[in-house]
Ligand binder design. Sequence first.
Ligand SMILES: [Cu+2]
Length: 114
Amino acid sequence: MKFLRRISLVSLLIALALIAAGCASAQSETETVVFNQEQITPTRLEIQPGTTVIWMNDDTVPHTVTAGARQEPSGLFDFELVPGGEFEFTFDEQGVYEYYCRYHPETAEIIVTE
Ligand SMILES: [Cu+2]
């Protein structure tokens, strides 16, 4: 009986560890994009749905994170990043999300895979 109790305790611990691991992998991830020297790094970022992208401005001038193409903004987001500023957006839906800076020629894209 004592032996059985020990086995069930071990299996309970294993089950808890598996649940914890499952939660960790299901947790939303973050990716960072940096503006520096009037350039966006990376210009092309592939992410899974649910990922939060954080844009950081490491420059001495303001930039914008404006969704869409320069001639055709999508309106999804349009954020001014002051020097040292941050903006984050979570991408839940699959697709290709272009964005650009309204002040400079920078363009980049986020690809949300299946
Ligand atoms: Cu810019």
